[in-house]
Design a protein around this ligand. Structure first.
Ligand code: PLP
Length: 392
C-alpha cells in the first residue's frame, strides 16, 4: 500500500544512531555521544521569556501563513545588517525549521523528473527531500584535497536540460567546509547564467572560524534573484526544538512558498515565532561566546588528531563537525560499509557514538560533532585513538 516514494526513502542515519544510543543507555551503559547535530548550549533566556510572554498574552491562535509580520521584519533587518542583503518582510516565509523551508522550496521548483545538483558529501536529508517531491538528486563528488568544495568546471558535466537547482550548504554539514567569497562567486555566477536556482542553506552561517561568511544572495542582484536563501534558529540560537526556520527570495516566489506552506502546516507555532524574534534581536553577545567555544574545541581536536594513527581530516572552517577520514583501515575492517562497521565497533566496544559517513554519501568517513563538552570530546578522542591503534 505504500507509494514508491515512501518505499524508496532512506531512514535518517543520524536519528537511527540516536535511537541506538538511547537503547544502550537504557541498558545502563554510559555513551559519549558525538553524533548529534545540536548545540550543547541552551536556548537564550530572552527567547524563553518571550515564548512564555506569548503564551500569557494569548498569542496562541492562527496567524499569517508566511509568519508574523513582526518576525519577518526582524529577519529582514537581520539579513540586511548581518548579511548585507536587502529583502522586504514580504520576501520572507517563516517555516517550521529549515527542513520545512527546503521542502517548500523544492516543491515550488520541481516537476517530476527535474534534477537537483547535490554536492557530496551532503547533509542526509537533501536527497530524501528531493525524492519526496519527485525530483532526481544528481550527486557531484567533492575532492578531499580541495576541502570538498566544488568548482563550476566540476559541476558542469552533470548539468542537463532538466537541472533546475543546486543545493549549497555553506558552511557544510558534514565537512565544515566554507565557500568564501571568491570560491562562491566562481561557482555560482556561471550556474546562474545557465538559469539554475541556488538553494543556499546557511544554517551554520554564525559558526565560521577562519574568515568572513558571505551569503550568496549578497553577491549580486542577478544571483539574489536566483537564490532561495534558507536559514533558521536551530543552530545559531540553540533553538532546535522550537522549530523555526525561514526562506528569503524574490516576492513572487515568496508568495508561492507561503501558499504551499499554508496548505502543509498553516504556519509555524506562534509561540516559537515570538521566541525566535527575541533571539534574533538579541543574540549577538551569546553568539560570540559560543563561536569562541566551538573554535577552541575544533582546534583541540585538530591538534589531537595529529597523533592518531590512520586518521585524516580536512580542517573545518565552520559548523561544528569534523569529518574523519578512516580509509586507512578499509583493508583491515572487512565490511560492506566501512563507516557503518567502524561506528558500530566504536559504539559497542568503546561507547562512543559518531555518524557513519555513508549517510552523507562518503563511506570512507565518520562525522564527529563537537557540539559537546570539552571533557566528553577529550575522552571520546582518547577512545578513538585506542581503536585506531588497534586497527592498524
Ligand atoms: C545543513 C542543515 N540544514 C538544515 C538542517 C535542519 O535544521 P532545522 O532544525 O531548522 O530543520 C540541519 C540540521 O541538522 C542541517 O545540518
Amino acid at each position: 500500500m505504500l507509494s514508491k516514494r515512501a518505499r524508496d526513502m532512506a531512514p535518517s542515519m543520524t536519528l537511527g544512531i540516536n535511537a541506538k544510543v538511547k537503547s544502550l543507555e537504557a541498558e545502563g551503559k554510559t555513551i559519549i555521544d558525538l553524533s548529534i547535530g545540536e548545540p550543547d548550549f541552551l536556548t537564550p533566556d530572552v527567547a524563553k521569556e518571550a515564548g512564555k510572554a506569548a503564551i500569557d498574552n494569548n498569542m496562541t491562535r492562527y496567524g499569517p501563513a508566511s509568519g508574523s509580520l513582526a518576525l519577518r521584519e526582524t529577519i529582514a533587518k537581520k539579513l540586511k545588517e548581518e548579511n548585507g542583503v536587502e529583502y522586504a518582510p514580504t520576501d520572507i516565509v517563516v517555516t517550521s525549521g529549515a527542513k520545512h523551508a527546503l521542502t517548500i522550496a523544492l516543491t515550488a521548483l520541481l516537476d517530476p523528473g527535474d534534477e537537483v545538483i547535490i554536492p557530496v558529501p551532503y547533509w542526509v536529508s537533501y536527497p530524501e527531500i528531493v525524492k519526496l517531491v519527485e525530483g532526481v538528486p544528481v550527486f557531484v563528488k567533492g575532492k578531499k584535497e580541495k576541502d570538498f568544495k566544488l568548482t563550476f568546471e566540476e559541476v558542469a558535466p552533470y548539468l542537463s536540460e532538466k537541472t533546475k537547482a543546486i543545493i549549497l550548504t555553506n558552511p557544510s554539514n558534514p565537512t565544515g567546509a566554507v565557500y568564501f567569497k571568491d570560491e562562491l562567486e566562481a561557482l555560482v555566477v556561471p550556474l546562474v547564467e545557465k538559469g539554475l536556482m541556488i538553494l543556499s542553506d546557511e544554517i551554520y552561517e554564525r559558526q565560521v572560524y577562519d574568515g568572513d561568511f558571505v551569503s550568496v544572495a549578497s553577491l549580486s542582484p542577478e544571483i539574489k534573484a536566483h537564490t532561495i536563501l534558507i536559514n533558521g534558529l536551530s543552530k545559531s540560537a540553540a533553538m532546535t526544538g522550537w522549530r523555526i526556520g525561514y526562506t528569503a527570495t524574490e516576492p513572487k516566489l515568496a508568495k508561492v512558498l507561503g501558499d504551499i506552506s499554508s496548505h502543509l502546516v498553516s504556519h509555524p507555532s506562534t509561540v516559537s515565532q515570538e521566541a525566535a524574534r527575541a533571539a534574533l534581536e538579541s543574540a549577538q553577545p551569546d553568539m560570540k561566546h559560543r563561536r569562541e567555544k566551538y573554535k577552541e574545541r575544533r582546534d583541540y581536536i585538530l591538534d589531537f588528531l595529529k597523533d592518531v594513527p590512520g586518521i585524516g581530516c580536512v580542517a573545518p572552517e565552520g559548523a561544528f563537525y569534523v569529518f574523519l577520514d578512516i580509509s586507512s583501515v578499509r583493508d583491515k575492517v572487512k565490511a560492506e560499509s566501512l563507516s557503518l562497521q567502524v561506528c558500530e565497533d566504536l559504539l559497542d566496544k568503546h561507547q562512543v557514538a559518531l555518524v557513519p559517513g555513508i549517510g552523507f554519501g562518503a563511506d570512507d568517513f565518520l562525522r564527529l560533532s563537537y557540539a559537546a563538552s570539552m571533557d566528553d570530546i577529550k575522552e571520546a578522542l582518547a577512545r578513538i585513538k585506542i581503536y585506531m591503534e588497534q586497527a592498524q
